[in-house]
Design a protein around this ligand. Structure first.
Ligand code: G4P
Length: 530
């Protein structure tokens, strides 16, 4: 116990495209981990559509979850922290920021669809910190793409090597289960009439075992032998170090819905997901989770969790030491000491107060307006992690105020909401009156309009701009210099840094080629202004 508590923490997130099976797999994970006791406890899609989350009136209107949440459960003497990333198409910068707090990712792919756009983006964000990613190829009970082709796609599109830990035995109606390559187990399932699966594990001495033909059928057994031989002969070797560096992803096949292949996946995941590791702080300081010094960074600020109180919760990831309710910490950005009272943690769907937490844990701190995304809190003096960057928005819109008399309210609103991280604010020199807003998920424009109207009394609309990428440019003096070099649109961010906007990757690539003395950054440091 005590300082070693961090060694039994596992903090991870699921990355996937909507509909790949994140909710279904999360539920299996919680069931397996004993955090919930019956299937259906995690919101089903139908329930999701009519979700009554009281966090924001907007959520009710749209019937989707705008927020990311943290689930915590205890299993096999491990404290699991699952950072939930919104799976809906309209995800936000919060999704990316959440990944900065995770030590490992589970990437779920739909076996019929392979790597989809949102998965690609989220994987890319994991890559920024070299976060290890474990792949689960789901829906093998449905017509699926060839397993080799799926692995090639992962390698080519995501630029990561693959090592299958399990291999599917058939697919679609002929899906029988998986071969566990590590333990050399054939794990076969039988479907019952209710669509449930009955587990039938058979340990085979080797794939030559003649009983395999009787078990799987001659043809399936033969195919499995050939495929596994191919993998053993030509496949990539497993290398733990390369996995931890984010260069190799172990691949599992299965069907979350019918439970095929879920158990071997979860069993292996326990061994693969690393405990909290070291984190770099500014000034070449390396923080070890074993350090006595408490340190944590805020990766998300959730406003208005309870509309009647207008309270805010700042979610902080602990990087070292122990959190204790009532402790005094340095707040780097504010340059002063503050007292942290109790914190919230999240057990399945319940919130509960905690008085202590350790490296790897996520705590929800009551926020009377002290915290911003990226803030570092620490004992033994101030320090800063710079753990959460500003990410390139993917949608841009010019804000139009509908009631010109409300300009003051608008200014206050966008200033506060950009500080809170709901939106990124840019100015085009010469058009300061019409700010440009950038968001990662389209829905954030709706969130912004809603909040500006309801919290600040300013009704606005957006003229969408045709840009998809922002790059913070170093090496160029200002916007005029960017414009002179055919950058489609040049703006400054709220810290007055020049930013180039591009319609597509082709335009971006051209600008990079034409201006080799400039550096185009897809993320930017959040400036710690008090
Ligand atoms: P998401 O959170 O990633 O968006 O996906 P979710 O788990 O909600 O799954 C999307 C749909 O795919 C759901 O069907 C779910 O039942 C189905 N699904 C998930 N895993 C599997 C699988 O392994 N095999 C098959 N065949 N289907 C799977 P739905 O009809 O849209 O919703 P629901 O009414 O069943 O909840």
């Amino acid at each position: 116990m005590g300082q070693n508590e961090y060694q039994r923490r596992r903090t991870f997130a699921i990355i996937s495209h909507p509909d790949a099976g994140k909710t279904t797999l999360t539920e299996k994970l919680l069931l397996y981990g004993g955090a919930i006791h019956a299937a259906g406890a995690v919101k089903s899609r139908k329930a999701k559509r009519s979700a009554v989350s009281d966090w924001m009136a907007l959520e009710k209107q749209r019937g989707i979850s705008v927020t990311t949440s943290v689930l915590q459960f205890e299993y096999d003497d491990i404290r699991w922290n699952l950072l939930d990333t919104p799976g809906h198409n309209d995800f936000s910068e919060d999704t990316y920021r959440t990944l900065m707090a995770a030590d490992c990712g589970i990437m779920i792919l739909d076996a019929a669809r392979g790597v989809e756009p949102q998965t690609r983006k989220l994987f890319h964000v994991c890559r920024l910190r070299n976060t290890p990613v474990v792949t689960f190829i789901n829906k093998m009970d449905r017509p699926a793409r060839d397993a080799f082709a799926l692995m090639s796609e992962v390698e080519e599109v995501l630029g990561v090597s693959t090592v299958p830990f399990t291999w599917p035995i058939g697919s679609g109606d002929l899906f029988q289960g998986v071969y566990d390559r590590v333990n050399k187990l054939v794990i076969r399932f039988e479907r019952s009439s209710e669509g449930q699966s009955k587990r039938a594990i058979m340990k085979v001495t080797g794939l030559e075992d003649p009983e395999l033909d009787a078990l799987l059928g001659e043809e399936a057994a033969q195919t499995l032998r050939e495929e596994v031989e191919l993998l053993d002969g030509a496949g990539e070797e497993w290398d733990q170090e390369r996995f931890l560096a984010g260069e190799i992803t172990p691949v599992f096949f299965g069907s979350a819905l019918t439970n095929f292949g879920v158990e071997p996946f979860l069993r292996s995941f326990k061994g693969l997901c690393p405990p909290p590791g070291e984190r770099e702080a500014t000034g070449d300081v390396t923080v070890s989770p074993a350090d006595d010094r408490f340190s944590a960074f805020v990766f998300k600020v959730q406003a208005n969790m309870d509309p009647s109180h207008r309270d805010r919760i700042a979610f902080a990831r602990i990087c070292s030491g122990k959190f204790e309710g009532g402790m005094r910490v340095s707040h780097f950005r504010l340059g002063k000491e503050i007292r942290l009272n109790r914190a919230e943690q999240f057990f399945a769907q319940e919130r509960e107060s905690v008085m202590e937490a350790y490296a790897g844990d996520i705590v929800g701190l009551y926020d009377p307006g002290l915290f911003r995304i990226g803030d570092t809190l620490s004992t033994n003096g101030p320090m800063s992690f710079d753990a959460v960057p500003q990410f390139s928005p993917e949608h841009f819109g010019r804000l139009q105020l509908l009631d010109p008399l409300k300009r003051k309210q608008l200014q206050k609103g966008i200033q506060e909401l950009s500080e809170e991280g709901t939106v990124q604010l840019f100015m085009e020199p010469g058009r300061e009156k019409d700010p440009v807003c950038g968001v990662v998920g389209r829905l954030q424009f709706d969130v912004l309009m809603f909040r500006l109207e309801h919290e600040y009394g300013a009704r606005v609309t957006f003229d969408l701009l045709p840009y998809q990428h922002a790059r913070w440019v170093t090496g160029a003096a200002d916007c005029a210099e960017l414009k002179a070099k055919r950058v489609p649109m040049a703006v400054v961010d709220r810290d007055n840094r020049p930013v180039a906007l591009f319609r597509d990757e082709w335009e971006l690539g051209r600008a990079e080629r034409d201006n080799e003395n400039w550096t185009f950054h897809e993320t930017a440091r959040i400036v710690a202004a008090a």
